[in-house]
Design a protein around this ligand. Structure first.
Ligand code: ADP
Length: 538
Protein backbone atom coordinates (compact mmCIF):
# COMPACT_ATOMS: atom_id res chain seq x y z
CA UNK A 1 0.00 0.00 0.00
CA UNK A 2 1.38 3.42 -0.86
CA UNK A 3 1.30 6.14 1.75
CA UNK A 4 -1.06 9.01 0.86
CA UNK A 5 0.40 12.53 1.01
CA UNK A 6 -1.63 14.97 3.07
CA UNK A 7 -3.45 17.76 1.28
CA UNK A 8 -2.98 20.87 3.38
CA UNK A 9 -1.77 24.27 2.17
CA UNK A 10 1.84 25.24 1.56
CA UNK A 11 2.78 27.81 4.14
CA UNK A 12 6.50 27.90 4.61
CA UNK A 13 7.71 28.34 8.15
CA UNK A 14 9.54 31.60 7.38
CA UNK A 15 9.96 34.19 10.11
CA UNK A 16 8.54 37.03 8.00
CA UNK A 17 5.13 35.46 8.72
CA UNK A 18 5.68 36.47 12.34
CA UNK A 19 6.00 40.18 11.63
CA UNK A 20 3.15 40.04 9.08
CA UNK A 21 0.94 38.50 11.76
CA UNK A 22 1.99 41.01 14.43
CA UNK A 23 1.35 43.98 12.14
CA UNK A 24 -2.00 42.62 10.89
CA UNK A 25 -3.49 41.38 14.18
CA UNK A 26 -1.66 43.48 16.79
CA UNK A 27 -0.51 46.45 14.72
CA UNK A 28 -1.10 49.07 17.41
CA UNK A 29 0.60 47.15 20.22
CA UNK A 30 3.47 49.36 21.32
CA UNK A 31 7.24 48.95 21.14
CA UNK A 32 8.82 51.39 23.58
CA UNK A 33 12.53 52.25 23.51
CA UNK A 34 14.47 53.96 26.25
CA UNK A 35 17.71 55.12 24.63
CA UNK A 36 21.16 55.49 26.17
CA UNK A 37 20.79 59.30 26.33
CA UNK A 38 17.61 58.96 28.41
CA UNK A 39 15.17 59.85 25.62
CA UNK A 40 12.24 57.58 24.80
CA UNK A 41 10.51 56.74 21.53
CA UNK A 42 7.39 54.73 20.74
CA UNK A 43 6.41 52.76 17.71
CA UNK A 44 4.25 49.63 17.28
CA UNK A 45 4.29 46.30 15.41
CA UNK A 46 2.81 47.93 12.28
CA UNK A 47 5.58 50.55 12.42
CA UNK A 48 8.27 47.90 12.88
CA UNK A 49 6.99 46.01 9.84
CA UNK A 50 6.84 49.14 7.69
CA UNK A 51 10.41 50.11 8.64
CA UNK A 52 11.64 46.53 8.14
CA UNK A 53 10.20 46.57 4.60
CA UNK A 54 12.00 49.88 4.00
CA UNK A 55 15.20 48.34 5.30
CA UNK A 56 14.71 45.38 2.97
CA UNK A 57 14.54 47.87 0.08
CA UNK A 58 17.61 49.74 1.35
CA UNK A 59 19.61 46.51 1.65
CA UNK A 60 18.68 45.49 -1.89
CA UNK A 61 19.79 48.93 -3.06
CA UNK A 62 23.21 48.15 -1.49
CA UNK A 63 23.31 44.97 -3.56
CA UNK A 64 22.70 42.59 -0.67
CA UNK A 65 21.84 39.11 -1.92
CA UNK A 66 19.95 36.32 -0.15
CA UNK A 67 22.37 34.52 2.17
CA UNK A 68 24.58 37.59 2.79
CA UNK A 69 25.41 38.34 6.42
CA UNK A 70 24.25 41.59 8.03
CA UNK A 71 25.84 42.33 11.39
CA UNK A 72 24.74 44.39 14.36
CA UNK A 73 26.75 45.74 17.31
CA UNK A 74 23.90 47.16 19.33
CA UNK A 75 21.91 47.25 22.53
CA UNK A 76 18.15 46.71 22.84
CA UNK A 77 15.95 49.20 20.98
CA UNK A 78 13.32 49.42 18.26
CA UNK A 79 15.76 50.12 15.41
CA UNK A 80 17.59 46.96 16.31
CA UNK A 81 14.23 45.12 16.19
CA UNK A 82 13.56 46.62 12.73
CA UNK A 83 16.94 45.25 11.67
CA UNK A 84 16.07 41.72 12.79
CA UNK A 85 13.13 41.64 10.40
CA UNK A 86 14.63 43.90 7.72
CA UNK A 87 17.75 41.73 7.37
CA UNK A 88 15.83 38.46 7.06
CA UNK A 89 13.17 40.14 4.94
CA UNK A 90 15.83 40.80 2.29
CA UNK A 91 16.83 37.13 2.51
CA UNK A 92 19.90 38.04 4.54
CA UNK A 93 21.31 36.36 7.61
CA UNK A 94 21.22 38.50 10.73
CA UNK A 95 24.46 38.29 12.69
CA UNK A 96 24.18 39.83 16.16
CA UNK A 97 27.58 40.52 17.73
CA UNK A 98 28.40 40.85 21.39
CA UNK A 99 30.29 44.18 21.70
CA UNK A 100 31.95 42.97 24.88
CA UNK A 101 34.00 40.34 23.09
CA UNK A 102 37.74 40.83 22.92
CA UNK A 103 39.28 42.36 19.76
CA UNK A 104 40.73 39.07 18.53
CA UNK A 105 37.30 37.41 18.85
CA UNK A 106 35.62 40.34 17.05
CA UNK A 107 38.24 40.04 14.33
CA UNK A 108 37.69 36.30 14.02
CA UNK A 109 33.90 36.23 13.92
CA UNK A 110 33.35 39.13 11.50
CA UNK A 111 35.86 37.64 9.07
CA UNK A 112 34.52 34.13 9.55
CA UNK A 113 30.95 35.35 8.99
CA UNK A 114 32.10 37.58 6.08
CA UNK A 115 29.67 40.28 7.18
CA UNK A 116 28.91 42.79 4.41
CA UNK A 117 26.97 45.39 6.40
CA UNK A 118 27.54 46.53 9.99
CA UNK A 119 24.88 48.43 11.93
CA UNK A 120 26.02 49.81 15.28
CA UNK A 121 25.17 52.04 18.22
CA UNK A 122 27.06 55.28 18.76
CA UNK A 123 28.51 53.93 22.02
CA UNK A 124 30.25 51.18 20.04
CA UNK A 125 31.76 53.59 17.48
CA UNK A 126 35.21 53.21 19.13
CA UNK A 127 35.07 49.46 18.35
CA UNK A 128 34.18 50.20 14.74
CA UNK A 129 36.98 52.73 14.40
CA UNK A 130 39.48 50.33 15.94
CA UNK A 131 38.37 47.21 14.06
CA UNK A 132 37.63 48.68 10.59
CA UNK A 133 41.09 47.88 9.19
CA UNK A 134 40.71 44.29 10.40
CA UNK A 135 37.24 43.82 8.85
CA UNK A 136 37.88 43.87 5.08
CA UNK A 137 34.56 42.17 4.20
CA UNK A 138 32.43 44.95 5.70
CA UNK A 139 31.41 47.33 2.90
CA UNK A 140 28.83 49.49 4.66
CA UNK A 141 28.69 50.98 8.16
CA UNK A 142 25.37 52.39 9.40
CA UNK A 143 24.91 54.00 12.79
CA UNK A 144 21.63 53.58 14.69
CA UNK A 145 21.74 56.81 16.69
CA UNK A 146 24.22 59.25 15.24
CA UNK A 147 25.28 60.50 11.84
CA UNK A 148 28.99 60.42 12.69
CA UNK A 149 31.14 58.54 11.76
CA UNK A 150 28.73 56.69 9.47
CA UNK A 151 25.41 57.04 7.69
CA UNK A 152 22.48 57.46 10.09
CA UNK A 153 19.95 54.61 10.08
CA UNK A 154 16.92 56.90 9.52
CA UNK A 155 18.71 58.81 6.78
CA UNK A 156 19.59 55.52 5.10
CA UNK A 157 15.91 54.44 5.13
CA UNK A 158 14.49 57.84 4.18
CA UNK A 159 14.30 57.27 0.37
CA UNK A 160 12.38 53.99 0.83
CA UNK A 161 8.56 53.70 0.90
CA UNK A 162 8.10 50.12 2.12
CA UNK A 163 6.18 49.03 -0.99
CA UNK A 164 7.91 45.73 -1.57
CA UNK A 165 7.66 42.01 -0.80
CA UNK A 166 9.83 39.96 1.52
CA UNK A 167 12.35 37.76 -0.23
CA UNK A 168 11.05 34.24 -0.67
CA UNK A 169 12.96 31.01 -0.25
CA UNK A 170 13.01 27.69 1.51
CA UNK A 171 11.93 27.27 5.13
CA UNK A 172 15.25 25.58 5.81
CA UNK A 173 17.16 28.70 4.64
CA UNK A 174 19.40 30.31 7.24
CA UNK A 175 18.05 33.47 8.88
CA UNK A 176 20.36 34.18 11.79
CA UNK A 177 23.92 33.58 12.94
CA UNK A 178 25.12 33.70 16.56
CA UNK A 179 28.59 32.84 17.76
CA UNK A 180 29.27 31.13 21.07
CA UNK A 181 31.57 33.13 23.28
CA UNK A 182 34.41 30.67 22.79
CA UNK A 183 35.48 29.84 26.31
CA UNK A 184 37.49 27.09 24.59
CA UNK A 185 39.16 27.85 21.26
CA UNK A 186 37.68 30.09 18.59
CA UNK A 187 34.00 31.11 18.76
CA UNK A 188 31.70 28.79 16.81
CA UNK A 189 28.87 30.04 14.62
CA UNK A 190 25.40 28.61 15.13
CA UNK A 191 23.25 29.15 12.06
CA UNK A 192 19.51 29.17 12.75
CA UNK A 193 16.95 28.39 10.05
CA UNK A 194 13.60 30.09 9.36
CA UNK A 195 11.90 26.82 10.26
CA UNK A 196 13.82 26.19 13.48
CA UNK A 197 13.32 29.80 14.55
CA UNK A 198 9.58 29.64 13.87
CA UNK A 199 9.14 26.40 15.82
CA UNK A 200 11.20 27.89 18.64
CA UNK A 201 9.00 31.01 18.67
CA UNK A 202 5.84 28.92 18.94
CA UNK A 203 7.32 27.08 21.88
CA UNK A 204 8.56 30.32 23.48
CA UNK A 205 5.08 31.84 23.77
CA UNK A 206 3.59 28.69 25.34
CA UNK A 207 2.72 28.68 29.07
CA UNK A 208 5.69 26.57 30.25
CA UNK A 209 8.15 29.00 28.65
CA UNK A 210 7.43 32.76 28.48
CA UNK A 211 3.65 32.35 28.50
CA UNK A 212 3.13 35.44 26.32
CA UNK A 213 0.03 36.80 24.58
CA UNK A 214 -1.14 40.21 23.41
CA UNK A 215 -1.84 41.30 27.00
CA UNK A 216 1.79 40.71 28.00
CA UNK A 217 4.18 43.60 28.43
CA UNK A 218 7.68 42.20 28.00
CA UNK A 219 10.90 43.89 29.09
CA UNK A 220 13.70 41.80 27.57
CA UNK A 221 16.78 42.58 29.64
CA UNK A 222 18.71 39.82 27.88
CA UNK A 223 20.65 41.70 25.20
CA UNK A 224 19.63 41.30 21.57
CA UNK A 225 23.22 40.22 20.90
CA UNK A 226 23.19 37.33 23.37
CA UNK A 227 21.94 33.88 22.32
CA UNK A 228 19.38 35.34 19.88
CA UNK A 229 17.92 37.36 22.77
CA UNK A 230 16.36 34.05 23.84
CA UNK A 231 14.19 34.23 20.71
CA UNK A 232 12.10 37.07 22.16
CA UNK A 233 11.99 39.36 19.08
CA UNK A 234 10.46 36.48 17.11
CA UNK A 235 8.20 35.16 19.88
CA UNK A 236 6.95 38.64 20.76
CA UNK A 237 5.61 39.09 17.24
CA UNK A 238 3.83 35.72 17.36
CA UNK A 239 2.16 36.81 20.62
CA UNK A 240 1.58 40.46 19.65
CA UNK A 241 2.96 41.48 23.06
CA UNK A 242 3.95 45.02 23.97
CA UNK A 243 7.74 45.34 24.22
CA UNK A 244 9.70 47.73 26.41
CA UNK A 245 13.36 48.02 25.47
CA UNK A 246 16.11 49.72 27.41
CA UNK A 247 19.54 50.42 25.94
CA UNK A 248 21.00 50.53 29.47
CA UNK A 249 20.67 47.89 32.18
CA UNK A 250 20.77 50.13 35.20
CA UNK A 251 18.68 49.08 38.25
CA UNK A 252 17.00 52.50 38.62
CA UNK A 253 16.14 52.78 34.91
CA UNK A 254 14.70 49.26 34.75
CA UNK A 255 12.61 49.72 37.89
CA UNK A 256 11.22 52.98 36.58
CA UNK A 257 10.34 51.39 33.22
CA UNK A 258 8.65 48.38 34.84
CA UNK A 259 6.57 50.75 36.97
CA UNK A 260 5.58 53.26 34.27
CA UNK A 261 5.00 50.83 31.39
CA UNK A 262 3.28 48.22 33.61
CA UNK A 263 5.68 45.47 32.58
CA UNK A 264 4.27 41.99 33.32
CA UNK A 265 7.15 39.79 32.20
CA UNK A 266 10.90 40.14 32.03
CA UNK A 267 13.86 37.98 31.05
CA UNK A 268 17.53 38.27 31.94
CA UNK A 269 20.60 36.76 33.57
CA UNK A 270 20.84 36.60 37.40
CA UNK A 271 23.28 39.53 37.74
CA UNK A 272 20.67 41.91 36.31
CA UNK A 273 18.21 40.95 39.04
CA UNK A 274 20.93 41.45 41.63
CA UNK A 275 21.42 45.00 40.34
CA UNK A 276 17.67 45.60 40.50
CA UNK A 277 17.43 44.38 44.08
CA UNK A 278 20.46 46.46 45.09
CA UNK A 279 18.72 49.52 43.71
CA UNK A 280 15.48 48.67 45.52
CA UNK A 281 17.29 48.03 48.81
CA UNK A 282 19.32 51.22 48.57
CA UNK A 283 16.26 53.34 47.83
CA UNK A 284 13.71 51.69 50.07
CA UNK A 285 11.34 50.96 47.18
CA UNK A 286 9.78 47.68 46.20
CA UNK A 287 9.38 45.57 43.11
CA UNK A 288 6.63 47.08 40.93
CA UNK A 289 3.37 45.17 41.41
CA UNK A 290 2.68 44.69 37.69
CA UNK A 291 5.55 42.20 37.36
CA UNK A 292 4.09 38.68 37.15
CA UNK A 293 6.82 36.55 35.55
CA UNK A 294 10.61 36.61 35.61
CA UNK A 295 12.48 34.29 33.27
CA UNK A 296 16.08 33.88 34.36
CA UNK A 297 18.89 31.81 32.87
CA UNK A 298 22.36 31.91 31.34
CA UNK A 299 23.87 30.85 34.65
CA UNK A 300 22.42 29.32 37.78
CA UNK A 301 19.96 31.54 39.62
CA UNK A 302 20.80 31.75 43.34
CA UNK A 303 18.16 30.30 45.67
CA UNK A 304 17.96 33.52 47.72
CA UNK A 305 17.01 35.46 44.60
CA UNK A 306 14.33 32.97 43.61
CA UNK A 307 12.90 33.05 47.11
CA UNK A 308 12.79 36.83 47.20
CA UNK A 309 10.94 37.07 43.88
CA UNK A 310 8.51 34.30 44.81
CA UNK A 311 7.72 35.91 48.17
CA UNK A 312 6.57 38.95 46.22
CA UNK A 313 4.20 36.82 44.18
CA UNK A 314 6.37 36.71 41.05
CA UNK A 315 6.36 33.51 38.99
CA UNK A 316 9.98 32.52 38.45
CA UNK A 317 11.00 30.48 35.43
CA UNK A 318 14.60 29.36 35.86
CA UNK A 319 15.64 28.27 32.39
CA UNK A 320 18.64 26.48 30.92
CA UNK A 321 19.77 26.81 27.35
CA UNK A 322 22.68 27.69 25.14
CA UNK A 323 23.39 29.41 21.83
CA UNK A 324 23.38 25.93 20.27
CA UNK A 325 19.77 25.34 21.42
CA UNK A 326 18.35 28.59 19.96
CA UNK A 327 18.48 28.86 23.12
CA UNK A 328 15.46 27.28 24.86
CA UNK A 329 16.42 23.97 26.47
CA UNK A 330 14.59 23.56 29.76
CA UNK A 331 12.36 26.01 31.64
CA UNK A 332 11.23 26.22 35.23
CA UNK A 333 7.68 25.19 34.47
CA UNK A 334 5.43 24.23 37.37
CA UNK A 335 4.82 20.55 38.07
CA UNK A 336 1.25 19.17 37.88
CA UNK A 337 0.99 18.98 41.67
CA UNK A 338 2.32 22.53 42.19
CA UNK A 339 -0.55 23.68 44.39
CA UNK A 340 0.03 20.83 46.83
CA UNK A 341 3.68 21.74 47.47
CA UNK A 342 5.03 23.80 50.35
CA UNK A 343 6.77 27.11 49.65
CA UNK A 344 10.17 25.56 50.47
CA UNK A 345 9.53 22.66 48.07
CA UNK A 346 8.56 25.10 45.34
CA UNK A 347 11.76 27.12 45.86
CA UNK A 348 13.82 23.92 45.72
CA UNK A 349 12.26 22.93 42.39
CA UNK A 350 12.72 26.43 40.97
CA UNK A 351 16.38 26.40 42.03
CA UNK A 352 16.92 23.64 39.51
CA UNK A 353 16.86 24.20 35.75
CA UNK A 354 13.38 22.83 35.07
CA UNK A 355 11.94 20.56 32.41
CA UNK A 356 12.03 20.63 28.62
CA UNK A 357 9.02 22.02 26.74
CA UNK A 358 7.66 20.05 23.78
CA UNK A 359 10.31 20.09 21.04
CA UNK A 360 13.35 19.44 23.24
CA UNK A 361 14.61 16.06 24.43
CA UNK A 362 17.30 15.72 27.08
CA UNK A 363 19.27 12.84 28.55
CA UNK A 364 22.42 12.32 30.60
CA UNK A 365 25.12 9.82 29.69
CA UNK A 366 28.00 8.42 31.69
CA UNK A 367 30.96 10.81 31.83
CA UNK A 368 33.44 8.03 31.08
CA UNK A 369 31.28 5.92 28.78
CA UNK A 370 28.96 8.07 26.63
CA UNK A 371 27.21 4.99 25.23
CA UNK A 372 25.68 4.39 28.66
CA UNK A 373 22.46 6.38 29.12
CA UNK A 374 21.92 7.19 32.80
CA UNK A 375 18.68 6.59 34.67
CA UNK A 376 16.46 9.55 35.58
CA UNK A 377 16.88 8.86 39.28
CA UNK A 378 17.79 12.30 40.59
CA UNK A 379 21.12 10.91 41.81
CA UNK A 380 23.38 9.85 38.94
CA UNK A 381 25.11 12.83 37.33
CA UNK A 382 26.45 12.66 33.79
CA UNK A 383 27.06 14.55 30.55
CA UNK A 384 23.91 16.36 29.38
CA UNK A 385 22.85 15.75 25.78
CA UNK A 386 20.01 17.39 23.87
CA UNK A 387 18.18 16.99 20.57
CA UNK A 388 15.30 18.60 18.72
CA UNK A 389 14.40 20.72 15.69
CA UNK A 390 16.02 23.89 17.11
CA UNK A 391 19.25 22.25 18.31
CA UNK A 392 22.45 22.74 16.26
CA UNK A 393 23.46 20.03 13.82
CA UNK A 394 26.58 21.58 12.32
CA UNK A 395 28.46 24.80 13.12
CA UNK A 396 28.71 27.45 10.41
CA UNK A 397 31.27 26.43 7.74
CA UNK A 398 32.21 23.29 9.70
CA UNK A 399 32.85 20.18 7.66
CA UNK A 400 31.63 17.71 10.25
CA UNK A 401 28.37 17.49 12.14
CA UNK A 402 28.45 18.58 15.77
CA UNK A 403 26.11 15.80 16.84
CA UNK A 404 26.84 12.22 17.69
CA UNK A 405 25.02 9.25 16.20
CA UNK A 406 21.28 9.51 16.80
CA UNK A 407 21.47 13.32 16.62
CA UNK A 408 22.34 13.94 20.26
CA UNK A 409 24.31 17.13 20.86
CA UNK A 410 26.81 17.16 23.73
CA UNK A 411 26.10 20.30 25.71
CA UNK A 412 29.30 20.28 27.73
CA UNK A 413 27.15 20.56 30.85
CA UNK A 414 26.94 18.00 33.62
CA UNK A 415 23.70 17.32 35.40
CA UNK A 416 21.21 14.83 36.70
CA UNK A 417 17.57 14.31 35.82
CA UNK A 418 14.82 13.54 38.35
CA UNK A 419 12.10 10.98 37.61
CA UNK A 420 9.64 13.85 36.84
CA UNK A 421 12.05 15.17 34.19
CA UNK A 422 13.50 18.07 36.20
CA UNK A 423 17.08 18.84 35.23
CA UNK A 424 19.62 19.81 37.87
CA UNK A 425 22.89 21.13 36.49
CA UNK A 426 25.88 20.36 38.63
CA UNK A 427 28.79 21.48 36.46
CA UNK A 428 30.36 21.85 33.07
CA UNK A 429 32.23 18.84 31.66
CA UNK A 430 35.49 20.75 31.52
CA UNK A 431 35.09 22.14 35.02
CA UNK A 432 34.30 19.02 37.04
CA UNK A 433 37.12 18.03 39.35
CA UNK A 434 38.16 14.40 39.35
CA UNK A 435 39.78 13.40 42.61
CA UNK A 436 40.96 9.82 43.06
CA UNK A 437 38.57 8.71 40.28
CA UNK A 438 35.51 10.39 41.85
CA UNK A 439 33.75 13.52 40.54
CA UNK A 440 33.48 16.71 42.57
CA UNK A 441 31.05 19.44 41.47
CA UNK A 442 32.81 22.82 41.21
CA UNK A 443 29.39 24.53 41.11
CA UNK A 444 28.36 22.99 44.45
CA UNK A 445 31.60 24.23 46.03
CA UNK A 446 31.12 27.72 44.63
CA UNK A 447 27.48 27.92 45.73
CA UNK A 448 28.46 26.87 49.23
CA UNK A 449 31.35 29.37 49.38
CA UNK A 450 29.14 32.23 48.18
CA UNK A 451 26.92 31.54 51.20
CA UNK A 452 29.70 32.84 53.49
CA UNK A 453 29.08 36.51 54.38
CA UNK A 454 32.68 37.57 53.60
CA UNK A 455 32.74 36.09 50.08
CA UNK A 456 31.92 38.24 47.07
CA UNK A 457 32.84 35.77 44.30
CA UNK A 458 34.27 32.25 44.31
CA UNK A 459 35.52 29.77 41.72
CA UNK A 460 36.61 26.18 42.26
CA UNK A 461 39.06 24.55 39.86
CA UNK A 462 40.83 21.21 39.73
CA UNK A 463 44.61 21.42 40.08
CA UNK A 464 47.05 18.57 39.50
CA UNK A 465 47.79 16.57 42.64
CA UNK A 466 50.45 13.81 42.77
CA UNK A 467 48.31 11.45 44.84
CA UNK A 468 44.68 12.19 43.79
CA UNK A 469 45.28 13.30 40.15
CA UNK A 470 43.31 16.45 40.90
CA UNK A 471 42.17 18.26 44.01
CA UNK A 472 39.90 21.31 44.28
CA UNK A 473 41.42 24.74 44.77
CA UNK A 474 39.06 27.55 45.77
CA UNK A 475 39.78 31.02 44.42
CA UNK A 476 37.97 33.76 46.33
CA UNK A 477 37.36 37.49 46.08
CA UNK A 478 36.45 38.94 49.50
CA UNK A 479 33.73 41.54 49.98
CA UNK A 480 35.19 45.02 50.55
CA UNK A 481 36.29 45.36 54.18
CA UNK A 482 35.48 41.72 55.02
CA UNK A 483 38.02 39.43 56.60
CA UNK A 484 38.17 35.66 56.53
CA UNK A 485 41.00 33.13 56.48
CA UNK A 486 41.36 30.11 54.21
CA UNK A 487 40.91 27.78 57.19
CA UNK A 488 37.73 29.61 58.29
CA UNK A 489 36.29 29.09 54.84
CA UNK A 490 37.27 25.42 54.71
CA UNK A 491 35.64 24.94 58.10
CA UNK A 492 32.49 26.69 56.83
CA UNK A 493 32.36 24.45 53.74
CA UNK A 494 32.53 21.33 55.90
CA UNK A 495 28.97 22.04 56.95
CA UNK A 496 27.76 22.21 53.34
CA UNK A 497 29.57 19.60 51.24
CA UNK A 498 31.08 16.13 51.72
CA UNK A 499 34.33 16.22 53.69
CA UNK A 500 36.44 14.94 50.79
CA UNK A 501 35.03 17.69 48.53
CA UNK A 502 36.39 20.50 50.73
CA UNK A 503 39.13 22.31 48.76
CA UNK A 504 42.62 21.57 49.98
CA UNK A 505 43.52 25.25 49.74
CA UNK A 506 41.91 28.66 49.37
CA UNK A 507 43.60 31.47 47.46
CA UNK A 508 42.43 35.07 47.84
CA UNK A 509 42.63 37.31 44.77
CA UNK A 510 41.55 40.85 43.89
CA UNK A 511 39.60 39.68 40.87
CA UNK A 512 38.56 36.56 39.01
CA UNK A 513 38.84 36.57 35.18
CA UNK A 514 35.57 36.73 33.20
CA UNK A 515 34.62 35.94 29.59
CA UNK A 516 33.03 38.41 27.16
CA UNK A 517 29.57 37.27 28.36
CA UNK A 518 30.42 37.93 31.98
CA UNK A 519 30.88 34.33 33.07
CA UNK A 520 33.85 33.18 35.15
CA UNK A 521 36.64 32.04 32.82
CA UNK A 522 37.75 28.75 34.35
CA UNK A 523 40.09 28.29 31.41
CA UNK A 524 42.06 31.41 32.39
CA UNK A 525 41.97 30.45 36.05
CA UNK A 526 43.27 26.96 35.31
CA UNK A 527 46.11 28.50 33.30
CA UNK A 528 46.86 30.95 36.09
CA UNK A 529 47.11 28.18 38.68
CA UNK A 530 48.50 25.41 36.45
CA UNK A 531 51.75 25.20 38.38
CA UNK A 532 50.17 25.68 41.78
CA UNK A 533 52.18 23.84 44.45
CA UNK A 534 49.94 22.33 47.13
CA UNK A 535 52.62 22.51 49.82
CA UNK A 536 52.78 26.25 49.48
CA UNK A 537 48.99 26.58 49.74
CA UNK A 538 47.04 27.74 52.76
P1 ADP B 1 28.31 31.09 25.95
O1 ADP B 1 28.56 29.61 25.81
O2 ADP B 1 28.53 31.89 24.76
O3 ADP B 1 28.77 31.66 27.27
P2 ADP B 1 25.58 30.50 26.18
O4 ADP B 1 24.52 31.43 26.59
O5 ADP B 1 25.38 29.70 24.97
O6 ADP B 1 26.79 31.38 26.05
O7 ADP B 1 25.98 29.60 27.42
C1 ADP B 1 25.36 28.40 27.63
C2 ADP B 1 25.83 27.81 28.91
O8 ADP B 1 25.43 28.61 30.02
C3 ADP B 1 25.22 26.46 29.19
O9 ADP B 1 25.87 25.44 28.50
C4 ADP B 1 25.36 26.36 30.70
O10 ADP B 1 26.66 25.93 31.07
C5 ADP B 1 25.18 27.78 31.16
N1 ADP B 1 23.80 27.99 31.62
C6 ADP B 1 22.75 28.46 30.93
N2 ADP B 1 21.64 28.52 31.69
C7 ADP B 1 21.98 28.05 32.92
C8 ADP B 1 21.28 27.84 34.15
N3 ADP B 1 19.99 28.16 34.31
N4 ADP B 1 21.97 27.32 35.18
C9 ADP B 1 23.28 27.02 35.07
N5 ADP B 1 24.00 27.21 33.95
C10 ADP B 1 23.36 27.71 32.87
Amino acid sequence: MTQQLGAMQDWKLRVTHLIDHAAREHGDREIVSRWADGSETRTNWAGIRHDALRMTQALRRLGIQPGDRIATLAMNHSRHLVTWYGAVGAGGILHTINPRLFDDQLDYIVNHAEDRVMLFDKIWAPIVERMKPRWPTVEHYICFDNSEPALHFEEWLSPEDGHTEWSDGDERDACMLCYTSGTTGNPKGVIYEHRSTMLHALSAISPPVFGMDCRSVMLPIVPMFHAASWGLPWAGAAAGAKFVYSAVNDGAVLCDLIEREKVTCSAGVPTVWLALFQHIDANGGKLPASLETVVCGGSAMPRTMIERLMRQGVRVAHAWGMTETSPIGTTGAETWNWDELTFEEKVTIKSMQGRPPFGVEIRCVDLDDPTKVLPRDGVTAGALQVRGPWVVKRYFKAEDDAVTAGQWFDTGDVGLIYPDGTLHLTDRTKDVIKSGGEWISSVALENAAIGHPAVSEAAAIGVFHPKWDERPLLVVVKKPGADVSGDDLREFLLGHVAKWWVPDAVVFVDQIPHTGTGKISKKDLREQFSSYAWDAGG
